[in-house]
Design a protein around this ligand. Structure first.
Ligand code: CA
Length: 230
């Protein structure tokens, strides 16, 4: 397979920031696409299917949250990781952005070094599914057999429903990564299913009950979502 250069789409209306980003990203060996407003950004995301999107929140045309929502809703672009560039101290934007499916955020003014490090981490994470998955995933007291669809906690076989199993496996495969309820619904239940986010909470509660002590791996981040903690 040919080595392909990762392309990063920058959606940001402040020209100075775009220039700085473009210069530094190219120096790191990335291809760069640019959009100075929301609608153009969305169009380019769909046309180019970049490896990652850097998304400013305050944008002309369509704001960043709306752009993020549409990228993550469109099956063509939903797998593209998004890093939001947020204004300092804007907690609500961060939470809403993560709820909408953004993968990370960085607060302005940011250090280029830090941003590049985040980009690399996310791109590495997204490359992962190409690796051969292991049949049995083990965490201390918890064993997930992906072939047999069996889960053992402290050596004891745990009866899980199909959805509980999928939810646990999804979180465990993406350990330490935080997922909003919406994101879990999309990934585990499917994007077109009209169910309430509360469903996720209910499944999570049952999973914890069934897993007993091993249920401690499942961590709630209040107001944000869930993660599998090792
Ligand atoms: Ca802006």
């Amino acid at each position: 397979m040919l080595w392909q250069m990762a392309e990063i789409l920058v959606i940001e209306d402040e020209k100075d920031i775009v220039e700085t980003l473009e210069y530094n990203l190219k120096k790191e060996g990335y291809k760069v696409a640019k959009a100075y407003d929301g609608p153009t950004g969305l169009r380019l995301a769909e046309e180019k299917i970049p490896s990652l999107v850097l998304l400013d929140l305050m944008l002309p045309g369509l704001d960043g949250l709306e752009v993020c929502r549409r990228i993550k809703k469109n099956p063509k672009t939903s797998a593209i990781p998004v890093i939001m560039l947020t204004a300092k101290g804007s907690e609500t934007d961060k939470v809403v952005g993560l709820e909408l499916g953004a993968d990370d955020y960085i607060v302005k003014p940011f250090s280029i070094k830090e941003l590049i490090a985040r980009i690399k981490t996310i791109l590495r994470r997204y490359e992962k599914p190409a690796e051969m998955p292991k049949a049995v995933i083990k965490f201390k007291d918890l064993e997930i057999d992906t072939d047999k669809h069996e889960v053992r906690a402290a050596g004891k076989l745990i009866e899980l429903t199909a959805k509980e199993f999928q939810l646990l496996l999804y979180l465990a495969e993406n350990k330490e990564r935080v997922f909003s309820r919406e994101r879990l619904l999309d990934s585990v239940w499917g994007i077109d299913v009209a169910i309430e986010t509360r469903t996720v909470d209910v499944h999570m509660r049952r999973l914890r009950e069934k897993l007993g002590k091993a249920g401690d791996h499942l961590v709630t981040l209040r107001g944000v979502g869930y993660k599998f903690h090792v």
